[in-house]
Design a binder for this molecule. Structure first.
Ligand SMILES: Nc1ncnc2c1ncn2[C@@H]1O[C@H](COP(=O)(O)OP(=O)(O)OP(=O)(O)O)[C@@H](O)[C@H]1O
Length: 218
């Protein structure tokens, strides 16, 4: 079964140690939810795994094989960054033709996608771009999908739509997802971890989140 295994992730910026030996592992069917306060290093962790920043140290295996080059070069990992990444002047249809093969049919069956196929990205609202980017990443060819704040900017019904697609695709893929909409993360995740002071902690209840001072005590 496809497996992403990441261990001993460490990274610093100037004199700040952001990640200090983080561990993460997931297989097809897993949705790994990552929670943590602002600035604790969630985005940095996803970037280190994807390879868009070079970690001080990372031990990364894909399907049992050690990967030494940036993981995005394997094309087995897809990544939704926090910032918009689709080319503004291209039509959605062109982007799909360039990027999507494996789940193209399923993608083109989605009403929201059909609706905007002929539109240039520049003409879509900010939230719609976010929605389209999240759906394209979920339906990418990759077996492992990293999603950085896929729910931000989205109305509740659109958050529901994204959750539906993640749950549909998890039979074929593994997801690592982070967002401050923690209830939505908890709702779909098979496992939750909290990032704090550079380390990861297993979360088994809402009380754990209070104990770690991620959510306030009631
Ligand atoms: N390029 C950079 N140069 C210097 N410091 C950085 C850089 N990128 C991130 N940092 C710092 O590293 C820390 C972790 O940032 P990161 O964006 O990973 O946090 P986060 O958990 O994703 O936060 P948020 O929930 O607010 O998005 C922060 O203190 C941030 O200021």
């Amino acid at each position: 079964m496809p497996e992403l295994y990441v261990d001993s992730v460490s990274h610093h910026f100037k004199n700040q140690n952001v990640l200090n030996g983080v561990h993460l592992q997931c297989n097809t069917g897993d949705i790994k939810g990552i929670l943590g306060r602002n600035g604790c290093g969630k985005s940095t962790l996803l970037k280190c795994i994807f390879g868009s920043i070079k970690a001080d140290h990372i031990y990364l295996k894909l399907n049992g094989k050690m990967i030494k080059k940036p993981a995005y070069l394997t094309q087995q990992i897809a990544y939704l960054p926090q910032h918009p990444f689709l080319p503004q002047q291209l039509k959605l249809e062109t982007i799909i033709n360039l990027l999507c093969n494996r789940y193209k049919k399923e993608l083109l069956d989605i009403k929201l996608i059909q609706q905007h196929l002929k539109s240039k990205i520049a003409t879509l609202s900010g939230g719609t771009v976010r929605l389209v980017e999240a759906i394209l990443t979920i339906y990418s060819d990759a077996d492992f999908v990293l999603l950085d704040e896929p729910f931000s900017q989205l109305s509740p019904v659109m958050i529901q739509e994204i959750k539906k697609h993640i749950l549909l695709l998890k039979q074929h893929k593994a997801f690592v997802i982070t967002d401050h909409y923690y209830r939505d993360i908890i709702d779909i995740s098979t496992e939750i971890m909290l990032l704090k002071n550079g380390s990861n902690y297993a979360i088994n209840s809402m009380e754990d989140l209070s104990l770690h001072n991620y959510i306030p005590y009631h």
